[in-house]
Design a binder for this molecule. Structure first.
Ligand SMILES: [Zn+2]
Length: 218
C-alpha cells in the first residue's frame, strides 16, 4: 500500500502490487505465493493433485527446514535430538521420512500396494525423485508422486502426535491412512460424473486413476 496525492490535494491509499493499482485478491495471493512457496527452486515441481500444504511440507523436508529434533537441538530449543517415533536414533528430516523403522515399515506397505520393487531411499529428495526412474505416462507419475506426498504428510502428522506426547494410533494403520487420504485428494480433482472407485483404488491403484479425466492437464 502507498499513500498518493490527488490533483485536488487530497490523499488516498493505493495498492502497489497490481499494475492497475487496484486491490485484487489474486494479486495479494500471487505476492504471498512468491514469498512462501518453493517457486524459486528450479528443481521443484508443484504437484497439483494434492493440497498445497503437502507440497510445502515436502519442499521444507527436502530443504531440511522442518522443526525436526536435530534442528531444535541445534538451536537449543530441545535438550534431545532423539527420534520420537522409534526412540532408537537421532531424528533428522531424512530419518523421519526414509530412515526410521516406523516410516520404512509404512513405506513398504505403500510400495506393496503400488507394486513397487525399488523401495529403499537415503533422503527425501531421493524418495521424491524416484518417479523419474519409474517411467510411464506423465499422469501416472504425477499420481505416484502425489501418493508419496500424502505418505510424507501422514508420517509427519504421526510424528507430531508422538512428539507432543499425545496418544497416537498404531503406526500399522498409517498405510491405510495414505490410501484413504490420497483417494480423497486425487478424487477431488476428477471431472464431474467421474469417480475413482475406492475398491479399485485399493486393489489396482495404477490402472484405476488412468481411466478418470482430471481437471488438470496431466
Ligand atoms: Zn526413528
Amino acid at each position: 500500500m502507498a499513500m498518493v496525492s490527488n490533483e485536488d490535494g487530497s490523499q488516498k491509499w493505493t495498492w502497489t502490487l497490481g499494475p492497475a493499482r487496484l486491490f485484487t485478491v489474486s494479486s495479494l495471493r500471487s505476492h504471498i505465493d512468491n514469498i512462501i512457496l518453493p517457486c524459486s527452486d528450479g528443481n521443484w515441481m508443484w504437484n497439483p493433485l494434492v493440497s498445497g500444504k503437502l507440497n510445502i511440507l515436502a519442499w521444507r523436508a527436502c530443504k531440511g527446514r522442518l522443526p525436526s529434533m536435530d534442528n531444535l537441538f541445534k538451536y537449543g530449543i530441545s535438550s534431545s535430538n532423539w527420534c520420537k517415533m522409534c526412540n532408537a536414533a537421532p531424528e533428522s528430516t531424512d530419518h523421519i521420512f526414509v530412515g526410521c523403522v516406523v516410516s520404512r515399515e509404512v513405506w513398504l506397505q505403500v510400495c506393496k500396494w503400488w507394486r513397487l520393487l525399488d523401495c529403499s531411499y537415503n533422503s527425501c529428495r531421493e524418495l521424491l525423485d524416484c518417479k523419474l526412474k519409474i517411467g510411464g505416462h506423465q499422469r501416472l507419475l504425477m499420481i505416484h508422486e502425489a501418493i508419496m506426498l500424502v505418505f510424507m504428510w501422514v508420517i509427519w502428522s504421526y510424528r507430531n502426535v508422538k512428539a507432543h506426547g499425545s496418544n497416537a494410533k498404531s503406526h500399522t494403520m498409517l498405510a491405510s491412512e495414505v490410501q484413504a487420504l490420497s483417494h480423497l485428494w486425487i478424487n477431488a480433482r476428477k471431472r464431474r460424473g467421474q469417480n475413482i472407485c475406492w475398491n479399485e483404488w485399493c486393489s489396482d491403484p495404477v490402472q484405476e486413476p488412468m481411466s478418470v479425466v482430471f481437471f488438470l492437464s496431466c
